[in-house]
Design a protein around this ligand. Structure first.
Ligand code: ADP
Ligand code: ZN
Length: 648
């Protein structure tokens, strides 16, 4: 393919098959094509890749893309090859012969995009190789990996400031979806991008529905979500510990959901096998720690569920952003409970960092808790966190069924004074379970034995149920009116509690919504179900064709065509190659390769037998009661605060 004379718009249309740029893409691309440096802050799914791919195809020479994850390079290159772009990678998975072949192609001018990991760029032999070719630009993907505060920190990224020293005239474009001001500033300093133009896209992901609900029986709640809203869909479930990843994956599999575990404790071969199945097969649910997900550009992940509280809003937004990159409706669902707060506070306390570090982690957690407990629109709060103003979205749980806020001063006082009494009079400290038993006047053996029936607060809290009391405890913790103390994570009062006890401070609480029927209320259903019936049938036949085509190519299905493109075909029923070429996502190379087969399916030539996708047989299974309620005890934690994957 010769690209020298092509404009960005022509490349967009003929190579990628898209009619128009999105958001700031055009401005970014024009700037880089013109030789400028750029820092691009754009949410996951915003369309960052085109921002460096198109300039690399338009400018003379090779665009060098620095990407942190070797395991994903092959897919990235395959996706480019599928649209007819000349892309290659250099990394340690290749044999010396394979590497030599890539080098020869580079020197022969047969490569437009070259992917490599940061550690490779800075070694002398690579630098010498790059000196022998024309480099059109450097793209630094996942640029937040230079940030030492973030959980994706990669020391090798620090050396990338060398790019500018050694090749000062080659434009650089750094891209990331993690974009608080602090992170952006750190990227600018560390990558020496002070003169780069900054492009800050809107961080809104309107197609993602954000929902946060109290955690009671997490696996059952998750199953409910999958069965009622996302049967057969691909999704990611995040858990904090390796143990809960394993347990959850097994539980899902037992209930007929194709789930695979992923965490840093699994050996590399298993991890890569699970990752590749997630990318290649349809409808796999990946149960993972945060070790999984960076750089995964599977566009049709329909839901991201969190079974444990993320440590920061940045992390949460990045993880949930992996849902619905194709712009179709997707769900971000988080179940969060009292124990999460206790556990996270303890983890910060026990971590090895100094006081500044702990304070900083505490602030990140507080922002996350505020998001969980808000009675306002979740999206407004999320975007505000990234410095962007917005109005209520209509597509989050608080917009769809506004929670009630109530004056919780009296319950708060009852709870706090129980804590004070136990602590002061008896020098005893207890977890939430015991406090609630006392307030409810429950004569459990432990309550009797410890003489807690004599406390003046015994039985004074019967106006609320156990679940509601847990909500009160959780919210007081979130508001800093209760503190987690000591090795066992018992509860104590804080400096701010005194004002509440003295009646000088009002406490606003969010009423726990009843658990039933929250799922799918007002929610948009996933991909095919909002298509008209005829189109839905065609969509399924196209999906089946895509699956077998992808299997034959040993490539992820989305490399053939994304869901959005299949929908476009199903809705327009093109009869000719020309008409098919008009559908968004159908570029020249794919039209040539797949056009005839797609038209045959649209005409109905293809036997429909293989078409229907396997529907898991759940729907009418009875609900099961095999899951114990969410425990009050600190769960078993088997890993350090960070779950950083070992360097590739
Ligand atoms: P990011 O890297 O920002 O997370 P991607 O570059 O993977 O996002 O793009 C997300 C999805 O949007 C991809 O499926 C991509 O093909 C699609 N996309 C990007 N730009 C456009 C565009 N201008 N028109 C239509 N689809 C686009
Ligand atoms: Zn909202």
């Amino acid at each position: 393919m010769t690209t020298t004379a092509a404009t960005p718009q022509q490349v967009l249309e003929t190579v990628f098959g898209y009619p128009a740029f999105r958001g700031e893409q055009q401005a970014i691309i024009d700037h880089v094509v013109g030789g400028g440096d750029a820092l691009v802050l754009m949410p996951t799914g915003g369309g960052k890749s085109l921002c460096y791919q198109i300039p690399a195809l338009v400018r003379e020479g090779v665009g060098v893309v620095i990407s942190p994850l070797i395991a994903l390079m092959k897919d990235q290159v395959d996706a480019l090859a599928a649209v007819g772009a000349r892309a290659a990678f250099l990394n340690s998975t290749q044999s010396p012969d394979e590497r030599r072949a890539v080098e020869a192609a580079l020197l022969a001018g047969e490569v437009d995009l070259l992917y490599m990991a940061p550690e490779r760029v800075t070694v002398p032999s690579t630098a010498e190789l790059l000196d022998r070719i024309t480099v059109s630009l450097f793209a630094i993907d996942e640029a937040h990996c230079v940030s030492q505060w973030g959980h994706d920190f990669r020391p090798d990224y620090l050396a990338l400031s060398l790019l500018h020293e050694r090749w000062p005239s080659i434009p650089r474009i750094a891209l990331t979806a993690t974009a608080t001001d602090a992170t952006a500033r750190e990227i600018v300093t560390r990558l020496d991008l002070g003169r780069a133009r900054q492009f800050v896209a809107s961080f809104d992901r309107p197609n993602i529905q954000y929902r946060i609900e109290p955690k009671n029986q997490p696996v059952q709640q998750l199953l409910q979500l999958i069965r009622s809203e996302h049967p057969g869909d691909a999704g990611i479930v995040y858990c904090l510990s390796r143990a809960s990843v394993e347990k959850t994956a097994i539980a899902l599999a037992e209930h007929g959901i194709p789930a695979l575990p992923y965490h840093a404790g699994l050996d590399a071969a298993t991890r890569s096998n699970h990752q590749s199945r997630f990318l290649r097969e349809e409808g796999i649910v990946m149960v993972a720690t945060i070790a999984f997900g960076m750089g995964i550009d599977k566009p049709d992940v329909r839901f991201v569920a969190h079974l444990d509280l993320p440590k920061s809003v940045e992390g949460y937004y990045q993880e949930t952003g992996r849902a619905g990159r194709d712009g179709l409706p997707a769900t971000a669902w988080l179940a969060y409970g009292l124990q999460d707060v206790v556990q996270q506070r303890q983890m910060i306390e026990r971590s090895e960092g100094n006081a500044t570090y702990k304070r900083r982690m505490g602030q990140l957690l507080d922002a996350m808790l505020a998001l969980c407990e808000t009675v306002e629109c979740r999206r407004v709060q999320l975007l505000a966190y990234f410095g962007q103003q917005s109005t209520p979205c209509g597509n989050c749980d608080t917009c769809l069924s506004p929670p009630e806020a109530f004056d919780g001063t009296v319950p708060a006082q009852k709870l706090l004074s129980t804590v004070v009494r136990l602590d002061r009079e008896r020098n005893q400290r207890y977890g939430a379970g015991q406090l609630i038993d006392i307030l409810l006047g429950k004569r459990t053996p432990r309550v009797e034995q410890l003489g807690h029936t004599e406390l003046s607060t015994f039985g004074i809290g019967t106006e609320l149920g156990e679940q509601e009391w847990r909500g009160v405890v959780r919210q007081l913790l979130a508001q800093g009116l209760l503190a987690v103390q000591g090795e066992y994570g018992t509860l104590g009062i804080t400096e701010s509690s005194a004002a509440v006890l003295k009646g000088e401070r009002e406490v606003r609480l969010r009423r726990e919504a009843p658990r039933t029927s929250r799922a799918s209320r007002g929610s948009k259903r996933s991909a095919p179900s909002d298509l008209p019936a005829e189109a839905a049938g065609l969509f399924e036949r196209l999906r089946a064709w895509r699956a077998s085509t992808a299997r034959a190519l040993e490539a992820p299905a989305y490399i053939v065509f994304g869901d959005a493109t299949l929908r476009g075909i199903a809705l327009t029923e093109p009869a000719t190659l020309d008409e098919l070429g008009q559908v968004s996502g159908v570029g020249a190379a794919k039209l040539e390769k797949f056009g005839a087969a797609v038209l045959a399916i649209v005409r109905g030539d293809e036997p429909a037998a293989a078409a229907s996708r396997d529907e898991p047989a759940f729907a009418d299974e009875p609900p099961f009661a095999d899951e114990p309620p969410y425990p009050d005890e600190p769960p078993y934690l088997d890993e350090p605060f960070n779950d950083i994957p070992p360097p590739e």
